[in-house]
Design a protein around this ligand. Sequence first.
Ligand SMILES: Nc1ncnc2c1ncn2[C@@H]1O[C@H](COP(=O)(O)OP(=O)(O)O)[C@@H](O)[C@H]1O
Ligand SMILES: N[C@@H](CCOP(=O)(O)O)C(=O)O
Length: 306
Amino acid sequence: MDQIKVFSPATVANVSCGYDAMGFALETLGDDMIFTKTDSKGVIISKIEGADLPYDSDKNVAGAVAQLMLKDSKANFGLDIQIFKNFKPGSGLGSSAASASGAAFAVNQLLDKRYPDLELTKFAMQGEVVACGSAIADNVAAAIYGGFILVRSNEPLDIVNIPTPTNLIATIIHPQIEIKTEDARKVVPTQIDLKTAISQWSNVGGLISGLYSNNFDLIGRSLVDLVAEPNRKKLIPFFDEVKHAALKSGALGAGISGSGPSIFALSEGLETAKQVEYAIASVYKKSDIDFSTYVSQISKTGTRIQ
Ligand SMILES: Nc1ncnc2c1ncn2[C@@H]1O[C@H](COP(=O)(O)OP(=O)(O)O)[C@@H](O)[C@H]1O
Ligand SMILES: N[C@@H](CCOP(=O)(O)O)C(=O)O
């Protein structure tokens, strides 16, 4: 194979209670990327559409991940990468993770599937270091594995796929302001008290149990974040109003998607998810902030060949 076109999904990290430990992939939103083998070694980024991003292969996460993998595998070819961004960087929807995971997945295909998903996740995490200075696994693991994932351990890396009810639908609102993950991580406390920790890990347990048992009420009760959300929500205009509107219109729960500014809600069934979309869009319609909304199933497959 000399060329491959891949789709790499947007992802919602944290899912309220699981800061750096949980995430899921969206079915309908993501980036397209084309990877072409070249005779000369090295990685060139020849096209980027949809966002203003570095062409320098060391600074673009896709280029950085591809270079690492070509070096590690001692590949005898180079790469030309084209990136078509369908959602903005700094969205809280894993824009950098989509590129990093897309690169890891595509290069692996061109190397005849040399690496398992866990190794691909480790390569993609190095892309996250380029984007935000931290080797975060939640977005990239969700993109590579698909579905809903738990990062059970970072060292050694241990990723667990959590089954999700098929009629669990995500509604997303993305106000068009940029929040860099690197900046939003600085407002999260590095220490929390035991009482807060107990509530947080109880909610993680509740959420995972609710996903396994199709218990929507339990899923809703567990979508609580006492660690990142109280500190990050001030960065997101109208966060409380959007969350209130989502819950009032039938969502099971709502919270910040990744590091924001996007806000996600989870609902039982498409009809409710669309009502939630209408309600939360109404909040931003009253302001002068541009926004996009998305309603999507949780992607079972994640990053895939187009
Ligand atoms: N291919 C890429 N896609 C998205 N962002 C990239 C890419 N390459 C480098 N970056 C940088 O990563 C940062 C965006 O990542 P991040 O702050 O984590 O936001 P997001 O939540 O959208 O992933 C920006 O500084 C951007 O320039
Ligand atoms: N766990 C990370 C996730 C960042 O997600 P992003 O989509 O905003 O890059 C965090 O919360 O910092």
